[in-house]
Design a protein around this ligand. Structure first.
Ligand code: CA
Length: 225
């Protein structure tokens, strides 16, 4: 799961980042509302932990913009105020949950797990995508074409899903790295090349005509073959 933390108190942001990483989440941190919104609009996060009082754009505005742009990423608001009106305003703006500072890390982790589970259930309910002669089930990690089926690893499934959702568009290696490994990962272009080669083998295994075309020095695009 990939989590975005938008928090301007540097020490708190760093502490949250460390705790979440220790719990095996991939974490990106933004220290103001503007960069938080930019990151959130990438659509790569499973949960966003969003402080309300932020420089540049406040958390409520970030949330409203995100929702008005059609993003349903679960959001946990952090509020320093125990003000009921603030919480109501947050929930009205589309927050899924909120935590009043100070909060225990156990509580934050429990809320994140709950939202991740809820999201997992929603995703699992509508988890088949088709393109050309292939169907990808992102919940079961199955790639099928006709009667042939093969199991994918999570990263292979995420990569293929990304290419399928961006059909007709060339996806750059940088975009793919961002989506699969997060902004501050040490993944490099050759990671992408390796996974592309795995996927090509699996497409061949299910006898699909669909191919992943290399667009030299730009990236990759799916083609129905
Ligand atoms: Ca703040």
């Amino acid at each position: 799961m990939r989590i975005l933390v938008v928090e301007d108190e540097i020490h708190l942001a760093e502490a949250l980042g460390q705790i979440l990483k220790k719990n095996n989440y991939t974490v990106d941190i933004s220290n103001d509302g503007e960069s938080g919104l930019d990151n959130a609009l990438s659509g790569i996060y499973d949960v966003i932990v969003l402080d309300i009082m932020l420089p540049k754009i406040d958390g409520i505005e970030v949330l409203k913009t995100l929702r008005s742009e059609g993003f349903d990423t679960p959001v946990i608001l952090l509020t320093a105020k125990s003000d009921v009106a603030d919480k109501v305003r947050g929930l009205d703006s589309g927050a899924d949950d909120y935590l009043s500072k100070p909060f225990s890390t156990e509580e934050l982790l429990a809320r994140i797990r709950a939202l991740g589970r809820r999201r997992g259930e929603i995703v699992a309910a509508a988890d088949s995508i088709t393109f050309g002669d292939i169907t990808l089930n992102t919940g079961a990690l199955k790639l099928s074409s006709g009667k042939n089926e093969i199991t994918l690893t999570l990263k292979e499934s995420e990569l293929l899903e990304y290419l399928m959702l961006h059909k007709g568009v060339v996806c750059s290696k940088e975009q793919i790295i961002e989506k699969l490994w997060g902004f501050d990962s040490e993944a490099e272009a050759n990671h992408v090349e390796v996974y592309i080669s795995f996927l090509r083998k699996k497409l061949a295994f299910v006898h699909s005509k669909t191919s992943i075309n290399t667009v030299r020095s730009v990236g990759y695009a799916l083609s129905e073959g």
